[in-house]
Write a protein that binds this ligand. Structure first.
Ligand code: ZN
Length: 101
């Protein structure tokens, strides 16, 4: 039987949120589902109960590959208007999703 390449093991561990040793030899703990993210802006732990969070994470880690996960995430991300625009920021206008029309 052929050995699974190390890169593939890391890739799968990341998709599944499992503990693994990354490319730099650093130990990455498994994703702790339901842990408080402590974000000020969304107060996830107050707004979304643990059962829902666990359900969402399990769905996410059940996906077969990173591409599926990326598609899922990009569907959830909302771009917020930047309040104080600097002139450089204007170039980002073109990068907005076209569905926002
Ligand atoms: Zn949060």
């Amino acid at each position: 039987m052929r050995k699974i390449p190390k890169a593939n093991i890391i890739k799968m561990a990341k998709i599944k949120g499992k503990e693994h040793i990354n490319h730099k030899g650093k130990f990455i703990e498994k994703c702790d589902i339901g842990r408080n993210c402590r974000c000020e802006q969304f107060k996830c732990n107050e707004n979304i109960n643990k059962e829902t969070r666990v359900f969402l994470f399990e769905q996410f880690y059940d996906m077969k590959n990173k591409n599926e996960q990326d598609v899922r995430l990009s569907g959830l991300i909302t771009l917020y208007e930047i309040k104080r625009r600097r002139s450089r920021v204007r170039n980002l206008e073109a990068a907005k999703p076209h569905s926002a029309r």
